[in-house]
Write a protein that binds this ligand. Structure first.
Ligand code: 6PG
Length: 487
C-alpha cells in the first residue's frame, strides 16, 4: 500500500466514481469529503473491490488530507461548481507549497477558472480547470477529459500519466480521450461548448421524436426502433443509442412506455445558457449559434408547463397528420438530422475559435478536441472522427467547407426542406431544425437583406452605410433633400 500522491476532494457521485477509476488504474488516491460519513460510505462500498488497497480514506479536516498527500501533492476537486469549489480551494491553498497541483474537475464557468488562476498562480501552485464529460458511468470507467492551465510542462509531468490512464479509450484506435487544451479557462470553455452542442443535439433528437409522434402518429416503441436503426448509419452516437433505450423502456406500472409519462419540462444547469452568453460577448462580433440557442429556448419554454397549459386552452393549432410517403419522410428526417447536427457543430467550433482569440487560450487544436470527444463524453459519435480528419489534414475556415460535410449538406438540403415544410403543415414546433436550415441558408448566401437594415439604420440614426459599387462610408439626408454624402 503506497502513500497517496493524488487526492480526490468531493465524494458525491462524480468524485467517488472518478477516484475509483484512478485506483483501478493503479494510482494511490486519498478520498476526502467535508463530511466524514460520506467518505466512509464510499470507502465501505468499495472495500471489497480489487483496487481497494489504492483507496485511502481521510477523515477529519483539510490539514489531515494534506498531511497524507503532501504539501506538493496533486489535488483533484470534484464538488459543485461555484461557491463550494471556492470554499475547498480556500481551505486547501494555505496548506500547500510551491509545486503542488490543484485540478478543478467541476463544470466551472471559464471566467471563474480564469479568476482562480489569477488568485492561485502567484503562490507558485499550479491550477488546472478540467472539463470532465461522461456522467457517472464515464467518471467510473473512462470520461472525456479537457484540462486547461498555464503550464503544458506541468501537465505533461504531473497530469498526463494519470489522466490518460483514467480517460476513455477511443474504439477506433485506442487513443485516450484527453489532451492538454490550452491556457487559463480553456478546458472549461471547451467543456462549456461541448455542453452547448449536447443541448442542440438533444433538441434536434427531441424534435425528430415529436414529429414522428404527432405528425406520423407513431408510438414511442416504434420510434425507438427507428432510432435504433439510425444508430447504425451516419447518426451513430451515444445520444441516438440512449434515445432508443429511453423510448423502448416500459412504464413500471405496465401502462405502456415510460417516456409517455415523463413530464415534458426540461431542466438545465446552465452550461447551454453560458454558451449562448459567451457567443454574445465576443468583442470581434457575435458568433451565431442558432441551433444551440433554439435548444436553450425550447427547454425554457418547456419549463413553463402551467403557462403552456393555460395558453393551450386559448389557442388551437391542431396537429394534422402527414399525408405523404411515411417511409420517405423518415429517411428525410434521418438525413435532415445529420445536416442540422453538422450545422450545430459548425457553430460550436466557430465559438471555440472565437473564444480562443478572445481569452488567449493559446491556439485551440480543433482536430484534437474532436478526437477526444470520440469517446467517453455525452456527444461521442463516429462523426467526430470525420471532424478530426477534416481539421488535421487541411483545416477548413469553416466546418461546412470540409469536403465530407460540404457534400452531406449539399445533398441533404432537400431532405431538410422536406421535413421543415412537413412540420410547418403539421403544426409541430421545429425550432432547432428551422434554425439550422436558416443558418445554413444565411451562412451560404452571397446576398442577405441587411442592405435594407443598413438603410433603415441610416434613416433613423445616421448610422451610415457602405456601398457595393464604390469604396467609402455614406449617409443620405433622408428627411432633407435626400442627397447622399460621402463621409
Ligand atoms: C457531461 C454532461 C454533464 C451534465 C450536464 C447536464 O458532459 O457529462 O454534459 O456535464 O450532464 O451538466 O446539463 P443540464 O443539467 O444543463 O442538462
Amino acid at each position: 500500500m503506497g502513500a497517496p500522491q493524488l487526492a480526490m476532494i468531493g465524494m458525491a457521485v462524480m468524485g467517488s466514481n472518478f477516484a475509483q477509476n484512478f485506483a483501478e488504474k493503479g494510482f494511490d488516491i486519498a478520498l476526502f469529503n467535508r463530511t466524514d460519513s460520506v467518505t466512509k460510505e464510499v470507502y465501505e462500498s468499495a472495500k471489497n473491490e480489487p483496487y481497494a488497497d489504492k483507496l485511502h480514506p481521510v477523515y477529519g479536516e483539510m490539514p489531515d488530507l494534506v498531511e497524507k498527500v503532501g504539501k506538493q501533492g496533486t489535488y483533484f476537486i470534484m464538488v459543485k461548481a461555484g461557491f463550494p469549489t471556492d470554499a475547498m480551494i480556500e481551505q486547501l491553498l494555505p496548506l500547500l507549497e510551491p509545486g503542488a497541483v490543484i485540478v478543478d474537475c467541476s463544470n466551472a464557468h471559464y471566467k471563474d477558472t480564469a479568476r482562480r488562476h489569477e488568485e492561485i498562480s502567484p503562490k507558485k501552485i499550479h491550477f488546472f480547470g478540467c472539463g470532465v464529460s461522461g456522467g457517472e458511468e464515464g467518471a467510473r470507467h473512462g470520461p472525456s477529459i479537457m484540462p486547461g492551465g498555464y503550464s503544458r510542462e506541468v501537465y505533461e509531468e504531473k497530469l498526463k500519466g494519470p489522466l490518460e490512464a483514467v480517460a476513455a479509450k477511443a474504439p477506433q484506435d485506442g487513443k485516450p480521450c484527453v489532451t492538454y487544451i490550452g491556457n487559463g479557462g480553456g478546458g472549461h470553455y471547451v467543456k462549456m461548448v461541448h455542453n452547448g452542442i449536447e443541448y442542440a443535439d438533444m433538441q434536434l433528437i427531441a424534435e425528430a421524436y415529436d414529429f414522428m409522434t404527432r405528425a406520423l402518429g407513431m408510438s414511442a416503441a416504434e420510434i425507438g426502433a427507428v432510432f435504433e436503426q439510425w444508430n447504425s448509419g451516419v447518426l451513430e452516437s451515444y445520444l441516438i443509442e440512449i434515445t432508443a433505450e429511453v423510448l423502448k423502456q416500459q412504464d413500471p406500472s405496465g401502462q405502456g412506455q415510460l417516456v409517455d409519462f415523463i413530464l415534458d419540462a426540461a431542466q438545465m444547469k446552465g452550461t447551454g445558457t453560458w454558451t449562448v452568453i459567451s457567443s454574445l460577448e465576443i468583442s470581434d462580433g457575435v458568433i451565431p449559434l442558432p441551433g444551440i440557442y433554439a435548444a436553450v429556448e425550447s427547454r425554457a419554454i418547456s419549463w413553463k408547463k402551467d403557462a403552456r397549459v393555460t395558453m393551450s386552452k386559448e389557442f388551437s393549432f391542431p396537429v394534422t397528420q402527414y399525408e405523404g410517403d411515411k417511409e420517405q419522410i423518415i429517411k428525410d428526417l434521418e438525413q435532415a438530422l445529420y445536416v442540422a447536427k453538422i450545422a450545430c457543430y459548425t457553430q460550436g467550433i466557430e465559438l471555440m475559435q472565437a473564444g480562443d482569440k478572445e481569452y488567449e487560450f493559446g491556439g485551440l487544436d480543433i482536430a484534437s478536441i474532436a478526437e477526444i470527444w470520440r469517446d467517453g463524453c455525452i456527444i461521442r459519435a463516429n462523426f467526430l472522427g470525420d471532424i478530426t480528419d477534416a481539421y488535421r489534414k487541411n483545416p477548413p475556415s469553416n466546418l461546412l467547407l470540409a469536403a465530407v460535410f460540404k457534400a452531406a449538406v449539399t445533398e441533404g438540403m432537400t431532405a431538410v426542406n422536406n421535413v421543415c415544410v412537413a412540420a410547418i403543415h403539421a403544426h409541430v414546433p421545429f425550432m432547432a431544425f428551422d434554425a439550422s436550415r436558416d443558418y445554413i441558408l444565411q451562412a451560404t448566401s452571397e446576398r442577405l437583406p441587411q442592405n435594407l437594415t443598413q438603410g433603415q439604420r441610416d434613416f433613423f440614426g445616421a448610422h451610415t452605410y457602405k456601398r457595393t459599387d464604390k469604396k467609402g462610408t455614406f449617409h443620405t439626408e433622408w428627411s432633407g433633400d435626400r442627397s447622399e454624402k460621402e463621409l
